[in-house]
Write a protein that binds this ligand. Structure first.
Ligand SMILES: NC(=O)c1ccc[n+]([C@@H]2O[C@H](COP(=O)([O-])OP(=O)(O)OC[C@H]3O[C@@H](n4cnc5c(N)ncnc54)[C@H](OP(=O)(O)O)[C@@H]3O)[C@@H](O)[C@H]2O)c1
Length: 225
């Protein structure tokens, strides 16, 4: 996003990570600062967004990206893990949008990009809460898109397949799971993180101004069949 010209407010719970990423962005010549913002904590979300608006003046693009997972069969699924996943991956996106979108509506322009997953539309075992949350993100995207369609705020979702990040390190290190994902994907491999850059920039840019309410899959063909 910074390479494409954006100033970036970097949000999350770990101050060291926020400082590291915002420093790297400033080195690219764009304005950036880290903000401690836990998407599950309503008061903290509003305070964090207020600080961002004070610092940057406005937010034109919101990327709802926070995500966690816990992989166990349905009948063993702990209730606290269900709550944590739904509160982070689904309710958190609503809380942040509720805090950020009003100032977009005031200016009649904004872009909301919700990070979904192929698991919003296909199912796999052991993904009870995660798949439920991402299916919810796809529906949330459509409702928000409809409500704001005539007011300049576009809302879309991205549905990635498996990309090598911390979230999926456990699967990446399990040869059986790693190969299952390769074999299940028509293009025969996992995604490279840089293969998500184009879609985020496209959905954030005026080039996509007539697109709203969509989930766009970046999945090497996984969702074809
Ligand atoms: N990797 C994949 O294969 C894949 C595939 C499909 C979809 N996705 C989606 O892509 C998004 C990013 O995932 P990733 O793979 O980059 O995972 P990751 O490396 O584990 O990053 C997850 C991010 O979420 C943040 N986060 C978690 N809980 C939070 C909370 N309560 N408040 C604020 N931030 C929180 C974390 O920051 P802190 O820990 O600092 O809070 C971290 O920056 C997620 O929505 C995930 O579901 C990933």
């Amino acid at each position: 996003m910074a390479n494409a010209g954006a100033d970036v407010a970097v949000c999350g719970r770990k101050i060291d990570d926020l400082d590291r990423v915002s420093k790297a962005i400033r080195e690219l010549g764009k304005e950036s600062s880290g903000f401690v913002l836990d998407v599950t904590a309503t008061k903290n979300v509003q305070e964090g967004v207020d600080q961002i608006l004070e610092h940057f003046g406005k937010v034109d693009i919101l990327v709802n990206n926070a995500g966690i997972n816990h992989r166990v069969p349905v009948l063993e699924f702990p209730e606290d893990a269900w709550d944590a996943i739904i509160n982070t991956n689904l309710k958190g996106y609503f809380l942040v949008a509720r805090a950020v979108v009003p100032q977009m509506l005031e200016r009649s322009y904004g872009k909301v990009i919700n990070m979904s997953s192929i698991l919003g539309t296909v199912a796999l075992p052991n993904q009870l809460a995660y798949a439920s949350s991402k299916g919810g993100v796809d529906q949330m995207t459509k409702v928000m898109a409809l409500e704001w369609a005539t007011q300049g705020v576009r809302v879309n979702a991205i549905g990635p397949t498996y990309f090598e990040t911390e979230l999926v390190a456990q699967l990446r290190n399990d040869p059986e799971r790693f190969n299952f994902i390769n074999e299940r994907t028509p293009m025969g491999r996992w995604g490279y993180p840089n293969e998500l850059e184009g879609i985020v920039i496209f959905l954030a840019a005026p080039a996509s101004d007539f697109i709203t309410g969509q989930t766009i899959y970046i999945d090497g063909g996984w969702t074809i069949w």
